[in-house]
Ligand binder design. Structure first.
Ligand code: KE4
Length: 430
């Protein structure tokens, strides 16, 4: 595939944007070559500035669960935009959105809209600290909760991609209040709680991890977290920015039947426009300004156009829950086909799939945490990524990212993905 225009654009972008991208993980640093500049997308397909077409398996890192330019989302935005793009006042759509979120996400009794997943997670831990009067938080190695200082310790996603799980610019003071433990490991969690008894405000976790690649909680793990947090009076926060409205219309908390005290949301919630949200128990949310003394604000929070897009997206998912069983079926078909293809050529891969999330790790180990995720052969991953890209399949340019299947991926496209995956794996130079 010729990607001349992408290359030229990237050269220009690098002069005026750090790394030529507005988010590091888009920079293709882990897979080599230049990022592909897209100009349009429709349904299951992306089209780049050189008119190459790709089947999209990342969906803007999660939001595009129905596929691109989905008619009901587009219509909602076009209808809303003629009434101005922002009021900076309360609006009826914000009330409708809060009602809809509360009806879909079991743990949410009150909710506050923000503009990104980072803002949602940042505000949620501030609320937990304000509510409990405690300072420390627990996060998990390889999990990512956005780029707020408290989270840039042992973080996944782009941080893991560049092999720098801790960021410069985060003070020791902040880092001292962030405790990290391995995912899927109760013993280590109990140890760190014992060492910091009565100092921990909250535990924030991706109930299903996307940011070290897709990693699934062991049986009973989430229930154990719930029981420990209840016993220790630690606020349990499910970061459902990725899993919310993705794994079911009620996210992972509905799928696993575990009720956190708070949850954060993003991605799908805005139908592709910038929206985040955090919510939970009334008594916690009522400590948020202007009711309580935990301050959080945002010029464009609850933006009317973004709310219109989010209402269209969540309204559709709420009324059509069969989408989830369809997504699970087609994703399972893709994942099983890829696994079989690898086995046929004796290539060691470990494949994790749940709902419409999956990841291929180039290791024979079962991937259950960050340490086992890091046993994946990153050179094989990079070769696989580039072979798939050149055959017209767009994957996340990092081993430490989950893939996302959209409802626009048909059976035929699933067959094509499997066939091209088999070819890509055969091309890997061992
Ligand atoms: P944003 O601030 O990027 O909207 O959300 C942060 C965030 C919070 N929690 C989870 C579980 C997340 O996955 C994210 C963001 N995810 C990354 C991809 N893994 C966004 C892509 C990017 O950084 O460009």
């Amino acid at each position: 595939m010729q990607r001349i225009n992408s290359k030229n654009l990237f050269e220009k972008a690098k002069q005026i944007i750090p790394g030529g991208v507005n988010s590091p993980v888009r920079a293709f640093r882990a897979v080599g070559g230049n990022p592909v500049f897209m100009k349009s997308a429709k349904g299951a397909f992306l089209t780049d500035v050189d008119n190459n077409q790709y089947i999209d398996l990342i969906g803007s890192w999660g939001p595009m669960i129905l596929g691109h330019a989905y008619p009901i989302i587009e219509e909602a935005i076009l209808k809303a935009v003629v009434d101005s793009t922002s009021f900076g006042t309360p609006s009826s759509r914000e009330v409708e959105m809060a009602e809809l979120i509360i009806s879909m996400m079991p743990s949410v009794e009150k909710v506050r809209m923000v503009n990104s997943g980072t803002e949602a997670c940042m505000a949620a831990i501030r609320a937990a600290r304000g509510f409990t009067g405690r300072n420390k938080i627990i996060k998990f190695e390889g999990c990512y909760h956005g780029h707020a200082d408290s989270f840039l310790i042992a973080a996944g996603s782009g941080m893991a991609t560049f092999g720098e799980p801790d960021s410069l610019g985060v003070t020791q003071g902040v880092a001292n209040d962030t405790l990290t433990v391995p995912y899927n490991n109760i013993e280590k969690l109990l140890e760190i709680i014992e060492l910091n008894r009565n100092q921990i405000a909250c535990l924030i976790i991706e109930p299903v991890v996307g940011n070290m690649g897709c990693v699934i909680p062991k049986n009973g793990y989430l229930q154990q977290l719930r029981d420990i947090c209840t016993k220790e009076n630690i606020i349990l926060i499910f970061d459902e920015v990725m899993t919310g409205f993705r794994l079911s219309k009620g996210g992972a908390q509905s799928l696993f039947g575990i009720l956190p005290d708070m949850c954060t949301m993003g991605k799908i919630i805005g139908g592709g426009l910038p929206v985040g949200a955090y919510g939970g128990k009334k008594e916690i949310m009522d400590c948020i300004s202007p009711v309580g003394k935990v301050y959080q604000a945002g010029t464009l929070s609850g933006n009317p156009v973004a709310m219109a897009a989010g209402l269209a997206m969540l309204g559709f998912l709420n009324k059509n829950p069969q989408v989830y069983s369809q997504l699970d079926k087609i994703t399972n078909k893709i994942a099983s086909g890829i696994q079989k293809g690898a086995e046929n050529i004796g290539l060691d891969v470990s494949l994790n799939q749940i709902g419409s999330m999956y990841s291929v790790f180039f290791t024979k180990k079962e991937v259950v945490d960050f340490d086992t995720a890091k046993t994946s052969n990153l050179d094989y991953f990079s070769q696989y990524f580039n072979a798939m890209l050149d055959s017209g399949i767009y994957l996340a340019p990092s081993q430490y990212e989950s893939l996302f299947v959209s409802a626009s991926i048909t059976d035929n496209l699933a067959e094509e993905i499997i066939e091209k995956s088999n070819k890509a794996m055969k091309s890997i130079k061992i």
